[in-house]
Design a protein around this ligand. Structure first.
Ligand code: GLV
Length: 300
């Protein structure tokens, strides 16, 4: 970048696409483990905990660009107090994440993870009317909790399945209790904050219908996982499709023993093109910050 010498740190694991954007702007980046001392800009991952103590290690830090739409790994108040900009990567991952939410919904409804284990295990000895029966998706009611970009994209997919879509958000929709009581499927799309931690706990799970399924591609701590394990064991609900976990990557004991749960390792945005777009967007936020231009995806 002409006239600007800046130290940019890129967390190892970030796709190379980010480095190409930085190089195109004349910025050399040091790639390696999470470190910030001496840096002007940091491109980090959602698994990196960026707290006040961490930020204090880099007095000249101008921006932390998170390669994620969620920013719950970052102490935003501490960043604001230090004058460090924080950016995220919205939009570019909306479709991939909505696709995965729908994949989990279908997989849980039609018992695909169980079916795969069954066939591989040599259990399949012929068609039977009662083998692997699941829940209809077409025409059923989908309750979407959080109606932002990803929630709306899930609703679009549901329309192709002629589902009735109801939604709940802070600013509107149906009350959460009504949504839980009416839905055959509940899909979570709220960001994690102190307001949404354990938004779905014992009380809410008990309000769901016994044949209903819960899908979570948002953040694990939105669901009280111990209550979810009880709900599944005791039949308050019928199943779940989970891409995120309360103490990720650890699983609450008992969760993995439940055959009616489909588990994925936080794959919402995991397509090659999407991950490249996230890396590029994060890098573009850094370039803008270091040039003193408006940061396109500024959160703080
Ligand atoms: C993924 O979970 C993200 O927040 O981008």
């Amino acid at each position: 970048m002409s006239g600007v010498s800046a130290r940019v740190r890129v967390r190892s694991g970030v796709p190379e696409a980010a480095l190409r954007v930085l190089a195109g702007a004349g910025l050399d980046a040091a790639v390696g483990p999470l470190e910030v001392a001496g840096c002007d800009a940091l491109l980090c991952l959602l698994t990196d905990r960026i707290d006040a103590e961490f930020l204090a290690r880099a007095p000249q830090l101008r921006i932390v660009a998170n390669m994620a739409v969620g920013t719950d790994n970052i102490d935003l108040a501490a960043a604001r107090a230090r004058g460090v900009a924080i950016s995220n990567t919205p939009d570019v991952l909306t479709d991939a994440t909505a696709d995965l939410a729908f994949a989990l919904l279908l997989a849980a409804a039609r018992r695909l993870a169980w079916a795969d284990r069954y066939v591989r295990g040599g259990g399949f000895d012929g068609w039977r009317p009662d083998l692997g029966v699941g829940l209809d998706v077409t025409g059923r009611t989908l309750g979407i909790v959080g109606y932002g970009r990803i929630g709306r994209a899930v609703a679009e997919r549901a329309r192709g399945f002629r589902m009735e879509v109801i939604w709940h958000a802070r600013g509107g929709g149906v009350p959460l209790d009504e949504l839980l009581g009416r839905s055959d499927f509940v899909s979570l799309h709220v960001p994690l904050s102190s307001d949404t931690r354990h938004l779905i706990g014992e009380r809410e799970l008990r309000r769901m219908r016994p044949h209903a399924l819960l899908v979570n591609t948002a953040r694990g701590p939105i669901v009280d996982e111990a209550a979810l394990v009880r709900a599944l064991r005791e039949g308050w609900i019928a199943g779940a499709g989970l891409d995120v976990f309360e103490r990720e990557p650890a699983l609450t004991p008992g969760l993995a023993d439940l055959p009616q749960v489909v588990l994925a390792p936080h794959l919402g945005s995991a397509t090659t093109a999407t991950r490249d777009r996230m890396a590029e967007l994060a890098a573009r936020n850094i370039v803008a910050a270091l040039r003193g231009e408006p940061i396109p995806n500024r959160v703080v």
